[in-house]
Design a binder for this molecule. Sequence first.
Ligand code: NAD
Length: 352
Amino acid sequence: MLNFIYDALPAHVVFGVGSLERLGEEIMRLGASRALVLSTPEQRSSAADIAARLGEKAAGIFDRAVMHVPIEIAQQAREEAKRLGADCCVSIGGGSTTGLAKAIALVSDLPILAIPTTYAGSEMTPIWGLTESGIKKTGRDFRVLPKAVIYDPVLTVSIPPQLSAASGMNAVAHCVEALYAKDANPIISLVAEEGIRAFAQSLPLVVKKQNDLEARSLALYGAWLGGIALGAVGMALHHKLCHTLGGSFNLPHAETHTVVLPHATAYNASAVPEAMARVARAIGSDSAAAGLYDLAQASGAPVSLAAIGMKREDLDRAAEIATQNPYYNPRPVTREGLRTLLENAFEGHRPR
Ligand code: NAD
């Protein structure tokens, strides 16, 4: 029986090959005239390109975004925005750069125009994260939800194949968990299933052929849908476990999602058969968990925790930490259950 609450988040999305050409119009639409352009050090040249396109509407560039938004970097960026009299932030990059824009917006209300270049999906969510003394805090605040998003698949051509694969599986993870979220609803489930389908069709092609703009468009469309799903409903075991592994054992974000997803899915399978049927259908597989594993492998993504730097001797502690604070999951989370899940993920076994 249908029974749900649904909140739609406001979004203005410009999507398509060449959509970056509309940057000027989008800045005008925001009524901004002094944009602070944000990037990682590695994407400085992309930030410079954005600043050049903005011309006199660019107030400056801050190119020190790093993974998980350390508070020190957030403070520097906030001060730079103030010093320059910025009236908006334009972020070009992945979740780390969007996250930095959010850290600024959280204390200043500056509007964000996000230009995503990975599949992380942060641009569609009101979720912020800040890391202080090694501990990452997250929260929800509508001030950090970007006011405009430009998705241009051309900007994803430069993603190295391994990052494409891992980032894509990160987005698939948002979709999978949305299907069995505590506050799941029929609209977001449609979005989530379509997101998985988009990646199942595009990811193996994206990593094989750099200039396949059709496949890259489909993957970026999937990323948009994954972001909507993540922003709209709560996540469960998979995201909590990845948060623990990333935070406590310093594992890379997207790759951790890639490796854990088939095993978290297998763990929950018996509790949510309908969601599993939708995942399997979207991938075109008999089994959701094995299908996700096969998709990761076909895309060249890592499939074992051992391959991404986890140490066997840390598995017990990981299971311990991940069961310390209770959270929603469709199947009860036990220490023994998690320990087995982690063992399988460590070895990279294909779920049965
Ligand atoms: P990232 O933003 O850290 O990018 C990884 C690296 O790839 C960086 O060096 C970046 O400069 C580079 N890169 C990005 N796009 C590129 C491109 N097109 N070509 C070449 N290089 C490129 O990685 P990510 O996985 O996108 O983001 C991870 C972070 O985002 C984590 O901190 C995660 O917690 C956060 N996140 C937040 C949300 C949210 O809703 N708040 C959602 C998803 C992820």
